[in-house]
Design a protein around this ligand. Structure first.
Ligand code: HEM
Length: 414
């Protein structure tokens, strides 16, 4: 990718596309992605609302996606990025504010790394390894409860969600009474649509709960992550609240969706499940393959160009919004062998299920640790686990910011 001298706009051959959303298979991205990656890997994209009047682009090849995500000429600042899908509620003027202090996800350097640096130690492989006994203990607890269930159970509400919420809350130091209200209101913001009233209520409850929590941590920090941040005199309450919000918002339903959708995918691919059961040493690779194959961040990652940039022969202009189709990139046949097949023995290295570059998922080691623990334990505990509905009846989360299943009714066979 090179910066271009001043020149006229390059001719655009392809008509603007809308962000593909209709799936023909629950595990495959919408089919249009494969065609675009083949015929127009940097395609003009119709945007629904501003800010500004920049054009939109949809990038579908793995190398291009990785190039944009590791290039500082593309910004993640909220106030610069337009939306490729309808806004969550009807609005006439879309003018998003800059990120609030501490809300590092939507910041560029140097602000972004100033906050992120405070968190990295806890999220390294070593930091997360210390949590594995807790993840194992909690998984066992939920599996015990499942074993006692009578008839079909919903694995989302009885296993995937409560387990991942508890793991996150233990790590951060969110006390029991706050967990359900926080999870419930963060779930509203995980939808692609909500009313203004729902937005106000969710934000009010989350902000108040986190303000109270930070005040309590300031008084008695303890040893958890939020306590560590609260003990830092260099951070204001507002900053700690917004860091906590970013972590909870990023972590509450992502791992849960991977766990439930990953279970569904393995149940729907009995040969792969049998392989995993026969060869437990494949578990880590199986998790990487599931991350790649399922790519739950189905709306991709968005960036705004800060200057004119040429990407794979296409001129992106300063102010344009670029959407990186992570799910399409993760099926790129130029990088992965047989990318549309779930093969838990195949190489998944280089996938972008957690993004790439400076904003790459900070929680990826935690997500991996949870999935690598919970998936094998679930299948070990219930050798006869099977869907209690037809696969076509499983309700899919196409209407949410992260893809997955709303409900997964299974029979444990216990
Ligand atoms: C399977 C589970 C997960 C998936 C698939 C996932 C996916 C992603 C992706 C694709 C990004 C990059 C977005 C972009 O560049 O625009 C990201 C960033 C992020 N994720 Fe995750 N995530 C997962 C779990 C978690 C967990 C458990 C946490 C909790 C700590 C978390 C917190 C974050 C945060 C805070 C960011 C922003 C990082 C930054 O801007 O520096 N995620 N995640």
């Amino acid at each position: 990718m090179t910066q271009l001298p001043d020149a006229g706009p390059a001719p655009v051959a392809h008509p603007p596309v809308t962000l593909p959303s209709a799936r023909t298979c629950p595990f495959d991205p919408p089919p249009e992605y494969a065609e675009l990656r083949e015929t127009c890997p940097v395609a003009p994209l119709a945007l629904t609302v501003g800010p500004g009047d920049g054009a939109g682009w949809l990038v579908t090849g793995l190398a291009d996606v990785r190039a944009v995500l590791s290039d500082r000429r593309f910004s993640h600042r909220n106030e610069l990025i337009a939306l490729p899908i309808p806004p969550p509620f009807p609005m006439t003027d879309y003018d998003p504010p800059p990120a609030a202090p501490g809300a590092f996800i939507k910041m560029d350097q140097p602000d972004h790394s100033r906050y992120r640096r405070l968190l990295t130690r806890r999220f390294t492989m070593r930091g997360v390894a210390a949590l594995t006994p807790m993840i194992t203990r909690l998984t066992e607890e939920y599996l015990d409860a499942l074993a006692g269930a009578d008839g079909p159970v919903d694995l989302v509400s009885t296993f995937a969600e409560p387990l991942t919420v508890r793991v996150m809350c233990e790590m951060l130091g969110v006390p029991e009474p706050l967990r359900e209200p926080l999870a419930g209101h963060l779930a509203v913001l995980s939808r692609t649509h909500y009313t203004v009233e729902e937005l106000i209520e969710a934000c009010t409850v989350i902000a108040e709960a986190l303000q109270d929590l930070v005040a309590a941590k300031r008084a008695d920090p303890g040893t958890d992550l939020l306590g560590e941040l609260a003990a830092d005199d260099g951070l204001t309450d507002e900053e700690v609240v917004n860091i906590a919000w970013a972590l909870l918002g990023g972590g509450f339903d992502t791992t849960a969706n991977m766990l439930a959708l990953g279970t569904f995918a393995l149940l729907a691919h009995p040969d792969q499940l049998a392989l995993l059961r026969a060869r437990p040493e494949l578990a880590d690779n199986a998790v990487e393959q599931l991350l790649r194959y399922l790519t739950i961040s189905h709306l991709g990652a968005s960036r705004a160009a800060l200057e004119d940039v040429e990407l794979n022969g296409t001129r992106i202009k300063a102010g344009d919004t670029v959407v990186l189709a992570l799910s399409a990139a993760n099926r790129d046949p130029g990088h992965f062998d047989a990318p549309d097949r779930l093969d838990i023995t195949a190489e998944a290295q280089g996938h972008v299920a957690f993004g790439h570059g400076e904003h790459q998922c900070i929680g990826q080691n935690l997500a991996r640790a949870t999935l690598r623990t919970a998936l094998p334990m679930l299948f070990d505990r219930f050798p006869a686990l099977h869907l209690a509905t037809r696969a076509e009846e499983v309700p899919l989360r196409s209407d949410m910011l992260h893809y997955g299943v709303h409900e997964l009714l299974v029979d444990t066979g216990a």
